[in-house]
Design a protein around this ligand. Structure first.
Ligand code: FRU
Length: 481
C-alpha cells in the first residue's frame, strides 16, 4: 500500500482512537507505550544530535499482528519523550509484510537505520531483506533498499540486524535459522553499511559446544561491557524447567569474548535477563558518557498478549523503564537509569517497623525501596504479590486471561529490593540489579495500594512518581506550511 494511503488510515485511527485509549485506567503514566495500536520490540536506540532516539515496532492500525511500522520518539533525559515523524512504513515490495526490528548507528552525522524487510508468501514461506534507511534534515528517513539478501543455507527466518562500529568496520549480528530448525546468530562486516560480508556463524543452537538450544534466536545484540563481550538474544523453543524458562520465549545473555581476528565468540552459559512474566527483545546502546543502556519490550508474543484488557481501548503493550547494564566481577547487573530519579516527588516516606504495621502505600505510580532482613510479603493492588521466605522470592500474579495465579522465582540472599510501579506494570530490581523480575498486571482501578504483611521488621522508602511522559514541542516554522 502507498505511504499516503497508510498515513490516511493512521490519521483516522489516531483521531478516532486516541480519546478512547486515554480513558483506559490501565494506561501507563511514565512508560513508553503506543498512542494507539500494538507496540512490540524497541528498535534503533541511539544517542545522537544531543538527544536519545528510540524507535519501536508499531502496528497502529490494529491491536493484532500485522505488517509492522517503526514509530520514533526522542528525549534529552530519558524521562520526557517527544513524538517524531513515523520512521518506517511497510510500503515497498521488499518489506511488504513488515519493517521488522533493527538498530541505528551514526555515520556522517546522520542516523542510519538497519532493519529487516519481511516478505511472506502464500504457501506460508517467507524471505527477508536487511535494509538501510538514512535520516533526512526534516527528521524523516529515506529508504535505501536492501543491503543483504537472504544468506544461502538458511530458512526465510533471518532478521533483527544489530550494528556497531569497531576499528575501521561496521559489524552486524543477525538472527537466522538453519534448515534443521536450529537458531543461529550470524556475524557480518561492512566498510560502509552497504556492502556486507558474512564472516561466521557466531553463536546459536549446536554452535560453540552448546547443545540444541531453540529454533530461532531473535533480536541479538552484542557489545563490550567491562572486560567482556555480552551477547543478548531471545531463544525460542526452550522447554520450561522447574524454575527456568517459564515464559513462552526467553530473553537472555551469554558472557564471552569476541575475537575480531578469527570471528569466533567463546562464551559461557545462557542466563535469563529477567525472571518475571513479560520481558522480550531488549536492545542496548552506548551513551556519550560511556554507559550501556537498555530498553526491553514489557511484553511477549504469547497467548496473553491480545487478551490484555487494554485491547478494548485500542492499545496494547509498553516498553520497560530504561535500564543501565553494568558488568562487575563476572556478573551482569541491571538497574533503572539514574535519570528516573527525576520522576520522584519531593515527598519521601521513610518507615521502619514490623511489616504488618507498615502503612498502605500508593502502587499506581510509585517507587519503593525495601531493606530486607527477614521474611515478609507484599500485595500489589490485590492482584499480584511478592513473598520472601528467607530463601526464595516468589512473585505471583493473577493471569488476566486464565484467571489463575502463576508464579516466578528467584533464589539467593536478599538484602534489597527496588520496585518501580506504573498503572499496569511492576519492575522489581533485586540486590541493586543482581536480578530483575517484570510483569504487566491489570488490577481494578479502585484498588490502588500495596500492603506489607509479616511479623518481622522491614525498612521502607517510598516516592510517588510524576508522569511527564510526553513533551509537546512548540510548532516550528517548518511544521507550518
Ligand atoms: C521479536 C520479533 C522480531 C521481529 C519483530 C516483528 O518480537 O518477532 O524478531 O523483527 O518482532 O515485529
Amino acid at each position: 500500500m502507498s505511504e499516503v494511503s497508510l498515513l490516511k488510515q493512521l490519521t483516522r485511527s489516531l483521531m478516532a482512537g486516541l480519546p478512547i485509549a486515554n480513558q483506559d485506567p490501565h494506561r501507563q503514566k511514565w512508560h513508553v507505550m503506543p498512542a494507539i495500536g500494538a507496540l512490540n520490540d524497541p528498535n534503533g536506540f541511539i544517542q545522537a544530535h544531543g538527544r536519545y532516539h528510540l524507535f519501536h515496532q508499531w502496528n497502529p492500525l490494529t491491536c493484532g499482528t500485522g505488517a509492522s511500522w517503526w514509530a520514533h520518539l526522542s528525549s534529552t533525559d530519558l524521562v520526557t519523550w517527544q513524538h517524531e515523524p513515523v520512521a518506517l512504513l511497510p510500503t515497498e515490495d521488499y518489506e511488504i509484510n513488515g519493517c521488522y526490528s533493527g538498530s541505528a548507528v551514526l555515520k556522517d552525522d546522520k542516523i542510519h537505520l538497519l532493519y529487516t524487510g519481511n516478505v511472506k508468501f502464500k504457501d506460508g514461506s517467507r524471505t527477508a531483506w536487511q535494509c538501510l534507511a538514512i535520516e533526512q534534515a526534516d527528521g524523516t528517513y529515506e529508504k535505501q533498499g536492501p543491503v543483504i539478501a537472504l544468506p544461502e543455507g538458511y530458512t526465510g527466518h533471518v532478521r533483527d540486524p544489530k550494528v556497531w562500529q569497531h576499528d575501521d568496520f561496521w559489524y552486524m549480528v543477525l538472527a537466522a535459522q538453519a534448515p534443521d530448525l536450529q537458531g543461529k546468530i550470524l556475524l557480518y562486516r561492512s566498510p560502509d553499511l552497504t556492502q556486507w560480508e558474512l564472516l561466521n556463524e557466531l553463536a546459536g543452537s549446536c554452535v560453540n559446544q552448546l547443545a540444541e538450544f531453540g529454533y530461532m534466536w531473535e533480536c541479538p545484540d552484542l557489545f563490550r561491557l567491562g572486560n567482556a563481550d555480552i551477547l543478548l538474544c531471545c531463544p525460542q523453543g526452550l522447554a520450561a524447567k522447574e524454575y527456568e524458562y517459564l515464559n513462552l520465549y526467553q530473553a537472555g545473555y551469554f558472557i564471552g569474548e569476541l575475537d575480531y581476528q578469527t570471528h569466533r565468540y567463546q562464551h559461557g552459559s545462557f542466563h535469563e535477563m529477567d525472571l518475571g512474566f513479560e520481558f522480550y527483545a531488549p536492545q542496548t546502546t552506548e551513551t556519550e558518557d560511556g554507559r550501556r543502556l537498555m530498553f526491553g519490550w514489557l511484553g511477549l508474543p504469547d497467548d496473553n498478549r491480545f487478551a490484555q484488557p487494554t485491547v478494548q481501548y485500542g492499545w496494547v503493550d509498553c516498553l520497560t523503564c530504561p535500564r543501565e547494564l553494568i558488568y562487575r566481577d563476572g556478573q551482569l547487573y541491571q538497574t533503572p537509569v539514574s535519570e528516573l530519579k527525576a520522576l520522584r516527588s519531593t515527598h519521601e516516606l521513610n518507615w521502619s517497623g514490623l511489616a504488618e504495621n507498615a502503612p498502605a502505600l500508593d502502587a499506581m505510580s510509585s517507587e519503593l525501596h525495601v531493606d530486607v532482613s527477614s521474611p515478609f510479603s507484599l500485595s500489589f493492588r490485590e492482584n499480584a504479590s511478592l513473598k520472601w521466605d528467607g530463601q526464595q522470592l516468589i512473585f505471583t500474579r493473577l493471569n488476566w486471561r486464565t484467571q489463575q495465579e502463576e508464579s516466578r522465582y528467584w533464589f539467593g540472599e536478599l538484602d534489597h529490593l527496588q520496585i518501580l510501579l506504573d498503572a499496569s506494570s511492576i519492575e522489581i530490581f533485586i540486590n541493586h540489579g543482581e536480578a530483575c523480575m517484570s510483569a504487566r498486571y491489570f488490577p481494578s482501578a479502585q484498588k490502588t495500594q500495596m500492603k506489607f504483611d509479616g511479623a518481622h521488621p522491614v525498612s521502607i522508602r517510598h516516592w510517588l512518581l510524576h508522569s511527564p511522559m510526553l513533551e509537546c514541542p512548540q510548532p516550528t516554522s517548518s511544521d507550518v506550511p
